[in-house]
Every structure is written in C-alpha cells, then in structure tokens.
Design a protein around this ligand. Sequence first.
Ligand code: F6R
Length: 606
Amino acid sequence: MCGIIGINSNKPVSSTIINSLKKLEYRGYDSAGIATLYDGLIDEVKSEGRVNNLEKNSLVQSMKGTIGIGHVRWATHGLPNSINAHPHSSQYVSVVHNGIIENSTLLKKFLISKGHNFKSQTDTEVIVHLITENLKTENIVNSIKKTLKSLQGSFALGIVFKDQPDLIVGARRGSPLAVGYGPNENYLGSDSYALKSMTNKITYLNDGEFCIIKKDHVEFFDEDGVKVNKKVLELSSEEKSYDKGDYKHFMAKEIEEQPTTLKNGIKEYIDNSNNDINIYNFPWKTNEINAITLIGCGTAYHSCLMAKYWFEELTSLDVSIDIASEFRYRKNRFKKNSLYVFVSQSGETADTYAALDLCNQNNMKTCSIVNVIESSIARDSKFVLPIHCGTEIGVASTKAFLGQMLILYIFALKIGLLRKDIIKEKFTEKIKDLKTLPKLVEQTLLTDNKIQTISTTFNEAKGSMFLGRGFSYPIALEGALKLKELSYIHAEGYPAGEMKHGPLALIEEGMPVVILAPRDSYYKKTISNMQEVIARGAKVLLITNKSKDEVISENIWEKVEVESTNDDLLPFLLTIPLQKLAYYSALKKGYDIDKPRNLAKSVTVE
Ligand code: F6R
C-alpha cells in the first residue's frame, strides 16, 4: 500500500529517496513520485509503474534539492497513472499522502469556488489546495493545524513548502508515520523498514499529531498545535540486511525459513528444562477472563479461526472470532471479562487497528499477536505477544501465518494450564510434541517436486476447491486464499461437510479439488466427502499425513503426505504443500509472486 519517505539533509536527496522507495516496494503499489526543493522551486517527477521507471527519468537524476519527499501510490481515488501519482503540488506546497480523505468532494467544491484548479482525480489534491488557501492568512503551524481539522478520513502526510528550505511537515491520523534521526539530517517515513536503512533512532507519531522536521532537530505538536515531547526509540539493527539471498523470490525464501522461524518462536516462549511456557508480565489474572475474541483480516483471520479450535479444545473459555472490518462497525456487546486478541503480521492493518482502538476506548483487555513489534497495533495494545519470525516481504503471508498459529497455540496451552482446564501431564506431552514441530516442517518441505508437477493442472482449470473439516478447515481457507492471490485462479475454501448444501453444484469433470484429510478425529468423515466429489468427476489432490494404513480409495488423482504428529499440530504441516502449490502455480504463469496485482503488504486504508 502507499508509502512515504521524506529527507531533510545538506546533501542532494533524490537518490536516497529512490533507494528508500525501493524498500517500500514490497507493500504493493502502482505508481511513484518524488519532489525536491531547489533554489526556491519545487521540482516534481512522477511515473506510472515501478520505482525503476522513476529512477530512469533523467529529470530525477539531475535533481539537486537537499530536501524532498517521495511516494509509492496504491490507487484509491483515480486511475493508477502518472497524473494521479503523488506528490501533488501547487506553486507553494507539495504533498504526499497515505490514506483516504472522505470529505474530499465537498472540500473540492469549496476550493474550486475559491479559484483553485485541480489537475488529478485524487482526494489528496484537496490537501494541497487547502494548505495553499490557509497559508494566505496563517503561518505554517496554524495553516497545518487548520487544514488537518478540515479533513475527515485517514492520513499520513509529508509536506514541503516552496519558501521553506529547511522544513518538512509530517502529520498523521489513522495511518502510521515515523520520524528518523541521522547525522545532520532527519527523515520521515511511513514504515520503519524503509527508515532502518538510514537510522535506528525513531519516533512514532501518535494519532492527531504533526511534526516539523529540520536538519538538526524535530518539533512535535498535538492536534491543537501545542508542542509535545516525544521519546526517541532505538530499533534493533538485526534485520537491516534482509534480502532474497539465492532465492528467486522472497516468498520462496520465507517458505523455506519456516523451520527456523518456528524454532525461534519456540525458543522465545518455551522453557526447555521445565517443559513450561513463559509468558511474562501478563497483566490479568486468568480467572478474570472467561471469554476470548480473536480478531484479524485475511490470513491473520484464518489463524484466528484456527485458534478457535485450539482454545475450545484446550480451555473452557467462550471463544469468538471476528473479521476486523466487520467487528469495527457492529454493535458489539463489550464484556468486562473478555480478552480481545488482535492478530496481525504488519501491526498496521487499518481495520484491525480500528477494532483495537474501539476495544481500548471501551476499556477492554486488549492483547496483540504481531510480527512488527514497533507497529501501531503493538504499541497501542495493553499486552503484546511477538511472533518473532523476522521481516516478511512477500505480500502473501507464509512464515507469519505459521508464526501466528504457533503463538496462538502456545497461548491456548498456557491459559488452559493456568485455568486448570488441562492437566499438567497432557500439557507437558503437548510441549514435547511442539518442540519437534520445526523438524517436521523441514521434512514436509521436501514434498517440493510433486507439488511443482501438480500445479500445472490447477493452472489449466477454471477454478478449484479446498475442503477440510475441523482443524483442517481454516487451512483449506488459507490454501484457497494463497492460490487466488498469487495465481489469480478462482479458488474456494469450504468445510467439507457443507458441500451438499450448495457448492457441490460447482463440481464438474476434471475440476481440481484439494482434500485435507489428515488422520485425525475427522478423517473418516472427510474421506466420505472426498468420495462425493470424486463421484461427480473432481480430480482430487488428497493431502494427508504419513501412516501405515493406506487410504481406501481408488480414484484419487494425486496424494501428498506430510509428516505425522499429534492432531493439534497437523494444521502447520498441511499448510506447507498449499503454500508451495500457490507459489509454483504463479511461477509457471510468470506472475509477480512477491507483489501480486492489486494487493498490498500493509493494508493501511480500510
Ligand atoms: C494474505 C495476506 C493478507 C494479510 C492481511 C492482514 O496472504 O497476507 O490477507 O494477512 O492483509 O495483514 P496483517 O497480518 O499485516 O494484519
């Protein structure tokens, strides 16, 4: 999704801005632009498509400005072309914007009546003209304050002014924004990943705040323009150099990293010598909690659905799950004894953040399970359980999904033990099994060749289905999501038992159907459902776990076997062939695997 970079320096900034924009590419975007200030003039260059196109432009290469802003745009209002790309500028001011201005139509009418001319179809351009209008009567701070108060919706902004050669303004409401500090230069960024290549000293703006970035210092203001003091945080530098290595794509690397990332997660939470789980400083007593609501979007929602099965199995809590974009607008019955858990890789997903904010406003107990620990969701939750799986760049979430499931499983086990819902012996047994999981994932990753061949059939089909029951149902949804987002093939995930109630009508001769049927307590039922689709002509790819008992069916098209373990952990292993199926299918189609069309890594608009 959109990304912002701003640099105020003594040296020309265009090449550093371009390099930082490249760091933001993983978020998903369709155009890019840059504006620098030189000799009292704003130079602006924009282009459709990748940052490379912008970089190649000779105007960018000759930019001399030592202060500037850059942007990658994921279109919301207006086509993804160079006119709608940011920055948007008037004669006096240039603006980059992440988010959506909801009252832009009304503001535009007002500004046109004041004589302003609009060049683009974007909502952002109203901000440019509002600031220009307010600057007629106000100083910089007051014009920004007044402009921000007129805007409805969400935004992170970077602004430079024609006659202010040592000043970038940053402002945020709803969309994340950070300031970075360097030697004789300071930075603005929508994402700490982009700033990390320049500095590890960062300050995050809170909602409603704005800042003035000069070369040698930064001032922060609240929404009323009153100065505020902010802390400078030191980020760990361990992930500075995260790259693809010898892999063709980040996604391929991230799939293969899963044994290591699971090992890291286990190391952080499992006390090896006592076979116990360490969760320090949990702020509530477990007897103060009798219900849990798990909230997320997309893949993170699938890990919530998975966790519902585990929490119901291992604890006596009432468990509900919710899609964040639905939860935030419903009339929720907030319950004092409920724990609200927000699951997110990026920690910046706008809907998940809004759901968290709503719970905080209602004084609920809030906890987040996130990968990016400096993120807004992590910062604003009352308790955080980090995933510890390292930077994830591929837009399609892989290692973060397994990481989220790992932490949710660990959390369910610990709560179950503390509430005495499971006995110590059972708990210890499960911890011992959990410690073997990274090795089992490593072995399951070897199913590679078979999946490569199978993926061709999926590419040739009109559509496909992914079916599972119980613990395998969330994984069926995740498998279908991965295939559709990467290879643009229609794929539906369904509970296998629901087929007769409608979707069975979709099955026709030769349609590829993935059946997830590990030998757990649902196995026999799922195999019956498999026979029903085979009888109607489906080409069934059965994914099960290794066993000495053969599957009794003559008409299975292909079979892939994952390693065997206890029922709780099988979902981790079933996920692996599905990630690979989506990867190889997109690879054969020649699609942009790390940046699928229309999608973004960090979904900062609702
Ligand atoms: C799919 C995918 C998305 C994200 C969703 C939430 O592969 O990655 O569905 O899971 O956009 O993102 P986070 O986890 O950052 O809140």
